[in-house]
Design a binder for this molecule. Structure first.
Ligand SMILES: CC(C)(COP(=O)(O)OP(=O)(O)OC[C@H]1O[C@@H](n2cnc3c(N)ncnc32)[C@H](O[C@H]2O[C@H](COP(=O)(O)OP(=O)(O)OP(=O)(O)O)[C@@H](O)[C@H]2O)[C@@H]1O)[C@@H](O)C(=O)NCCC(=O)NCCS
Ligand SMILES: Nc1ncnc2[nH]cnc12
Length: 283
């Protein structure tokens, strides 16, 4: 299970450093963020590492239902969220990433145990099907029935109430379709063509940005900005994404544009890390 935990940490680091990532913190600059930089992400990732291993171990040893596994790792996640905020002096670097990656590590541990001895049977489809089982009815349970004052709501809770956007909870409840149908095909196309890490990761990020209902964008701006970001990403993918000179230059230009307009596709960045993780643990 150490392997699963270390691949989760690797995924978080690869996502944070790839550049130029439009509006995101990367190894070149802090994008649309004034409260964090690449060093904040290094500290944050180091703080989250132990929780990833713990979630994988819980999954491997789990003998009850998938939904019981989510309940079992939730306290681990909440403690890790506290550890993250201590490491970052209160800045929200990877709250969403911690949630989705912790669930992924637990699901991967559970599937490893199910197919023990037949490692080749470990597929992204199997892991994501288990994620879907773990998170069944999560939106209704956590967002649909909430009785919280507007002022005490998180971004995700407020946006669900305002627009019906389900955010990260909707992604995991659906079994992360953006990763399975947009992220992984883009990642595999670029990887198998022998492109560099930056090109593989940026190509995947742009593919995800075409479809992800990213509350990070809506929270900072509004739904129109989200639709514009999806259209921007679609335009760049039609130029060949990061795999062509024209597409790559368009990504460089988009980074400058988003950084100046405070647009940050943080949700797509989370799913980029998830895509790298799934490629690595099923390769
Ligand atoms: C379950 C929670 C994580 C829910 O939190 P919340 O109620 O806030 O729900 P969301 O807003 O829906 O999601 C929170 C973060 O998830 C990322 N995200 C959003 N949409 C998507 C999507 N469609 N797919 C995937 N991921 C998505 C996003 O996180 C990233 O962006 C954040 C950084 O951006 P930034 O703009 O800087 O954010 P802020 O600082 O908040 O804004 P500013 O002030 O700077 O403008 C960062 O989090 C990235 O990861 C959303 O922000 C949570 O409540 C929970 O239960 N956590 C406990 C952990 C747990 O249970 N773990 C179990 C397994 S270990
Ligand atoms: N590299 C990054 N920059 C900004 N927000 C993020 N959320 C997850 N990864 C991020």
């Amino acid at each position: 299970m150490r392997y699963i935990g270390s691949k989760a940490v690797e995924a978080m680091l690869m996502e944070a450093v790839c550049a130029p990532a439009p509006g995101l913190v990367d190894r070149y600059n802090s994008g649309a963020h004034t409260d964090m930089d690449i060093f904040t992400f290094m500290r944050s990732t180091a703080a989250l590492g132990p929780a990833m291993y713990s979630c994988a171990a819980c999954g491997y040893m789990h003998e009850d239902s998938p939904s019981a596994l989510l309940r079992r790792i939730r306290p681990i996640g909440r403690q890790a969220e506290t550890d993250m905020f201590v490491a970052t002096d209160g800045v929200n670097t990877q709250k969403g990433l911690l949630f989705v990656m912790g669930i992924l590590c637990a699901a991967t541990g559970a599937v490893y145990h199910q197919v023990y001895g037949y490692e080749k049977a470990i597929t992204a489809e199997k892991i994501l099907a288990y994620v879907k089982e773990m998170c069944r009815n999560l939106v209704a349970e956590e967002l649909g029935a909430m009785q919280i004052d507007e002022g005490a709501m998180t971004a995700g809770q407020r946006l669900f109430k305002q627009y019906g956007i389900r955010g990260i909870r909707g992604e995991v409840e659906d079994g992360l379709p953006a990763v399975l149908y947009a992220g992984l095909p883009a990642y595999e196309e670029a990887k198998q063509a022998g492109f560099s890490n930056d090109v593989v990761l940026l190509h995947t990020l742009l593919a995800l940005m075409t479809v992800v209902e990213d509350t990070t964008i809506v929270h900072r701006h509004n739904l129109t900005f989200l639709r514009d970001v999806q259209a921007d990403a679609q335009r760049i993918m039609s130029l060949g994404g990061a795999l062509t000179e024209e597409g790559f230059q368009a990504i460089v230009d988009l980074d400058a544009n988003y950084s100046s307009r405070r647009i940050s596709p943080g949700g797509s960045a989370d799913l980029l890390a998830v895509t790298h993780f799934l490629y690595e643990v099923t390769a």
